[in-house]
Design a protein around this ligand. Structure first.
Ligand code: ZN
Length: 227
């Protein structure tokens, strides 16, 4: 019975991993609730929960308490990178994130696809309309993930996902916070979107640098030399 049980558990991980790898859900999308997947796969909810945990270890899924489970990567590679990234300080992670954001914005502006631009615009407009990412079944940071996707550079996309997974872990611990108010964030996103639409790489890169410096910061308690 226990052999059958573990066989079923491994099979569930394989099936779920396959669904993610073939792109059943886009990166940043929410996967169906546990009960729904359990019914679909013909297994118990605890088996689904275990499978989600395994794939979270591989960096493919991220369960966010109270919000659902999100696809973070279509391949398990970034899980290894994420583990490596997580061994570094938050300050180093923020520096690398900034470099990746700047390069992604410049690359995105070189030759943006129509679909990629439309998705980026839709995420921005939803944000301006006050529709939170959770209500739309999207993960937090959707605008940035879409922008990085637009760079069309697989390595950059994987590195970014890894660095962000380590940074999100710091955010959950309270070491990192977003200090930008919504109007500032939205006006910087609008400027980025405009620069990319106009295929102005230099402008996109410089706006991305300013934005990266402002949109995430070490939480006051974590800053050296401050009380
Ligand atoms: Zn932003």
């Amino acid at each position: 019975m226990s052999t059958m049980g573990s066989e079923r558990a491994r099979d569930t991980v394989r099936r779920l991993q396959h669904d993610i790898t073939v792109g059943r859900w886009p990166v940043n999308a929410k996967i169906p609730p546990e009960a729904e997947l359990a019914a679909e796969f013909g297994v118990g909810r605890s088996t689904i929960r275990e499978a989600v945990r395994s794939l979270a270890h591989l960096g493919m899924l991220e369960p966010l308490p109270g919000r659902g489970t999100f696809v973070r990567s279509h391949s398990p590679v970034s899980g290894l990178l994420a583990e490596f990234a997580a061994q570094h300080s938050v300050a180093d992670l923020l520096d690398v994130r900034r470099a990746l954001e700047v390069q992604a914005a410049a690359a995105a502006a070189q030759n943006p696809t129509e679909e990629g631009l439309a998705a980026l615009r839709a995420a921005h407009e939803a944000d301006v309309a006050g529709l939170g990412s959770a209500e739309r079944g999207k993960s937090p940071g959707e605008f940035h993930a879409l922008l990085v996707e637009l760079s069309d550079n697989r390595l950059l996309i994987e590195l970014y996902a890894s660095v962000m997974s380590a940074l999100r872990a710091s955010m959950r611990k309270g070491a990192l916070a977003s200090e930008q108010d919504a109007p500032t964030r939205q006006s910087q996103h609008a400027a980025l979107l405009a620069a990319i639409t106009a295929k102005n790489s230099a402008a996109a890169a410089s706006i991305a640098a300013v934005h990266a410096d402002q949109d995430l910061a070490l939480a006051p308690a974590s800053r050296p030399g401050r009380v």
